[in-house]
Write a protein that binds this ligand. Structure first.
Ligand SMILES: Cc1cc2nc3c(=O)[nH]c(=O)nc-3n(C[C@H](O)[C@H](O)[C@H](O)COP(=O)(O)OP(=O)(O)OC[C@H]3O[C@@H](n4cnc5c(N)ncnc54)[C@H](O)[C@@H]3O)c2cc1C
Length: 375
């Protein structure tokens, strides 16, 4: 056998594992079925702009070890995620904070904002009581109880219905457990201590992790499984777990996103990286303007063009990118059956979003790999 580890998949899980194993003196080969390395954080350079091909990726964490680790590979910039919502042409800051409440109701103090929210929550409670309903029966009732009518109708309803492809009245209440409100003028989406984008883009992070490590792209593990199983002592598998087991219990389902990308002949299309479209009549959920992740101030205008992506949340079918695990009974039970098989493997480690059938942000993926033993 030529290698200690065959790593199937060059996303953040595979690349971080390869980095650590290589540093521990292990011989590693990384293969990926795509034509490029990096998995879903891969960016394509279009007219000098790093375009997040598989959806906008913003790195955020409160884990200093993870933050120091990624910054030791490539420094991160000062990007701070401050999405804006567009509802019928009016703009509202997200997450819900004093700016949003001012835009919504003209209130200027936290006490006024709180009073307005309380008044609308009370109204929702009374409406439910009138109907003899004790517990919210669906997502709509839950959201109305938590935040009131105005914010629900303008900023939650349409967006959520597009995301899930179902009416809020047909979605279970538990999807929204909390709707945090901030009674301060703070548009920073994340509460984490650290956030940013790698300077020069995510490919620099992946290239840094995989430096001096043998890699093969356009190479599918399943195209010659017995060969790939024979090249290394151990396999780190980051592809879909159901495929590894020949779909023997059935196929896992996903939700996915379709991107409509456009190159525009203007330096600044929407003035922000992320604008959500929260009304139901606009079919896309968001428009991403990629340059704002990495270009600030004059740099935006020094680059004469811009690239935008409209995002359409879609049911997954064969041949589409599997993005989000579906958190329902059928899929949870199926995933558990596959995970049980996986625990019996001696020489295969399963990791990452597809192999664990679990939604993972980037930082927890890295944290997980940093904690793993390299044997
Ligand atoms: C739309 C979207 C937006 C996101 N935005 C954010 C964000 O803003 N912030 C954040 O922290 N996280 C975000 N994430 C999560 C982030 O993408 C994941 O945490 C990360 O990609 C997980 O890395 P991974 O290595 O597990 O998976 P992946 O990046 O998917 O890598 C798996 C790799 O395995 C390869 N592979 C699969 N099967 C085979 C095979 N048979 N043979 C060879 N190779 C194979 C695939 O081609 C792929 O390259 C987002 C995810 C999605 C879907």
């Amino acid at each position: 056998m030529s290698y200690d580890y065959l790593i199937v998949g060059s996303g953040l899980f595979g690349a971080t594992f390869a980095y650590r194993a290589h540093r521990a003196g292990k011989r590693c080969l990384v293969i990926d079925k795509r034509a490029h390395l990096g998995g879903n954080v891969y960016c394509e350079n279009v007219e000098g702009i790093n375009v997040h091909k598989y959806g906008a990726h913003i790195f955020h964490t409160s884990n200093k070890e993870v933050w120091d680790f990624v910054n030791s590979i490539v420094p991160f910039n000062r990007y701070t995620n401050c999405p804006v919502a567009n509802y019928q042409g009016r703009l509202y800051n997200l997450p819900f904070n004093m700016n949003t409440f001012y835009q919504m109701w003209g209130v200027t103090t936290p006490a006024e904002a709180q009073a307005k929210i309380d008044e609308q929550r009370q109204e929702a409670l009374e409406n439910m009581q009138k109907e003899g309903v004790a517990e919210p029966r669906n997502l709509e009732e839950q959201a109305l109880l938590l935040i009131g009518r105005d914010i629900y109708e303008r900023l939650i309803k349409g967006y959520t219905e597009k995301q899930w492809g179902r009416k809020c009245t047909d979605l279970p209440a538990f999807i929204i457990k909390r709707l945090p409100v901030r009674l301060v003028y703070d548009n920073n989406y994340f509460n984490d201590s650290y956030q940013g984008i790698p300077v020069g883009g995510y490919n620099r992070l992946i290239d840094g992790l995989l430096e001096s490590i043998e890699t093969l792209t356009d190479t599918d593990f399943f195209s010659d499984r017995s060969h790939w199983e024979s090249v290394a002592q151990k396999i780190v598998f980051t592809g879909p777990i159901d495929e590894f087991y020949g779909f023997r219990f059935g196929k896992l389902n996903y939700r996915t996103v379709r991107f409509e990308q456009e190159l525009l002949d203007t330096p600044n299309y929407q003035g922000n990286a992320v604008i959500n479209y929260t009304e139901a009549s606009i079919p896309y959920t968001r428009i991403i303007e990629h340059k704002h992740f990495e270009m600030f101030g004059q740099a935006v205008y020094d680059c004469p063009k811009t690239v935008i992506s409209r995002e359409y949340s879609t049911e997954w079918t064969e041949g589409m990118e599997p993005y989000y695990p579906v958190n329902d009974d059928r899929n949870n039970q199926l995933a558990e059956q596959y995970r049980t098989l996986a625990t019996q493997e001696k020489n295969v480690v399963f990791g990452g979003r597809l192999a664990e059938y679990k939604y993972y942000d980037m930082a927890p993926v890295i944290e997980r790999v940093l904690q793993m033993p390299i044997e």
